[in-house]
Design a protein around this ligand. Structure first.
Ligand code: SAH
Ligand code: MG
Length: 213
């Protein structure tokens, strides 16, 4: 938790939730320990999508398809989502979910490591949702920038590393130290990049909202 839990609980208590099939999928993700976007992030994304109306969306990190399905509900109906996942156990579940909810045409799932797939993709995308392994965001950034439209939005999830980001590198466990270093580098780059304007929000697990100039 990076903010007082009571604020989050209160804000989420006001939330109406999404379509019932997504509420069910959210519950399933909770039971099976699949990390999906949190309630406050769902609400933020819905508002952002309705403001920005991105027609071409790229997602890095599909898991079982919750966030892609969520975005598909609130983006323009003639828009399209491309989403990347490398974990063999999650790919068939995501594919099945897209089919089950009639989204096969609107959502394309690309199987494999984003490190290989991103450099083969053609853009431009109006919104890119970065939600994969935190330690890799910095490596994905050059390709992500190439793929992002001018005026396009880069939304990066889980950037405050459950609060560990503000600790000294000596205070984080060895296992998390590499992620800590790379995430600090990522946030520094987002804030100082000449092509980007970025706001870092203490929402959910920390979100960076960037726009390409
Ligand atoms: N966006 C999803 C949650 C994604 S969880 C949602 O909110 O519903 C992060 C996912 O990224 C995991 O399933 C993990 O397997 C995947 N991932 C991590 N590193 C990756 C990489 N390099 N290439 C592709 N997928 C990756
Ligand atoms: Mg996430």
């Amino acid at each position: 938790m990076i903010t007082d839990e009571r604020y989050t609980a209160y804000i989420n208590s006001l939330e109406m939730g999404g379509p019932s099939y997504l509420n069910e999928l959210e519950a399933y993700a909770g039971q099976t320990q699949v990390p999906i976007i949190r309630k406050e992030m769902q609400s933020f994304m819905r508002t952002l999508l309705m403001m920005n109306k991105p027609k071409q969306i790229l997602e890095v990190g599909t898991a079982i398809g919750f966030s892609a399905l969520w975005m598909s509900e609130y983006m323009p109906k003639d828009g399209h989502i491309t989403t990347i996942e490398k974990y063999e156990k999650r790919i068939p579940i995501a594919r099945e979910n897209f089919k089950k909810y009639g989204k096969e045409d609107q959502i394309t799932l690309l199987e494999g490591d984003a490190a290989d797939i991103l450099c083969e993709l053609d853009g431009p995308f109006d919104l890119i949702f970065m939600d994969a392994a935190k330690g890799q965001y910095i490596h994905f950034l050059p390709e992500v920038l190439r793929l992002l439209n001018k005026g396009g939005v880069l939304l990066s999830d889980n950037v405050l590393q459950d609060g560990a980001i503000i600790e000294s590198k000596y205070a984080v466990t060895r296992r998390d130290r590499t992620i800590h270093k790379r995430m600090r580098e990522y946030l520094y780059t987002l804030k100082n990049h000449e092509q980007l304007e970025t706001a870092i929000l203490t929402l959910g697990d920390g979100v960076a909202l960037s726009v390409k100039k």
